[in-house]
Every structure is written in structure tokens, then in C-alpha cells.
Design a protein. Structure first.
Length: 116
């Protein structure tokens, strides 16, 4: 990933940069000169070229997943059933009865009116 000089952070490679790496390699240039010319590391250039050769695709390999959910669907259903079974119970009491949820991750879900 090349550096974003203004922000001082790494950034995602553009489609044009990926195409340029593939063009240079297809012309017979080895990876160290590609690194010098494009500013992309040899390893990254190799990964881009290898992915293009294997899959005939120049997009990144996998989409980013982001942060994992604190509550999975099973926990949400369980909390919804508990709150339906005990309509007068507080969120703290429901979470105390639950063994998998904590006040940090379950409380927000219980306070949200859209779960039921």
C-alpha cells in the first residue's frame, strides 16, 4: 500500500496503479525496478501480479470485514425472548440472567426499540 503523504498514512491502491504494475511486469520488468518506479513494495507488486495471473482480476483479494459484532444473531434472539417473557424486568436484570451478554454489549440492544 502506498503512503498518503498529506495524511501520513497508508492508503488503498488505485485501479490505475494496479494496472501500471501489471503492465510493467508484462513488459518483462522485474519487481525491484517496479518498486522503484511505482513506489509500491516488491511484495505488494508481486501479490497484485499473482492475483491478476490466477484470477484475471485486478481488484483486491477480499473485501474488508470490519469490526466483529459484539452480539451474534443467537444472542439477540435470546435477549428478545427474555425481554418478551419478562416485560417488567430491567435491562440489568435481563443481562444478569443471560450468561453470554454483558451490560456493555447487551444493554444497547435492549434499549433499542427495534429488536422486538
Amino acid at each position: 500500500m502506498p503512503w498518503n503523504k498529506a495524511a501520513g498514512k497508508r492508503r488503498e491502491m488505485t485501479l490505475n496503479e494496479r494496472v501500471r504494475i501489471i503492465e510493467l511486469r508484462s513488459l518483462g520488468m522485474s519487481f525491484p525496478p517496479i518498486e522503484v518506479e511505482t513506489g509500491v513494495s516488491r511484495a505488494q507488486a508481486y501479490r497484485i501480479y499473482r492475483h491478476w495471473k490466477m484470477y484475471d482480476d485486478i481488484n483486491p483479494q477480499t473485501p474488508r470485514t470490519g469490526r466483529l459484532l459484539k452480539l451474534n444473531d443467537r444472542d439477540k434472539r435470546y435477549l428478545a425472548r427474555l425481554s418478551d417473557a419478562h416485560p417488567r424486568a430491567t435491562a440489568r436484570e435481563l443481562l444478569h440472567e443471560s450468561t453470554t451478554c454483558t451490560p456493555c454489549n447487551g444493554g444497547v440492544f435492549l434499549l433499542d426499540a427495534s429488536h422486538g
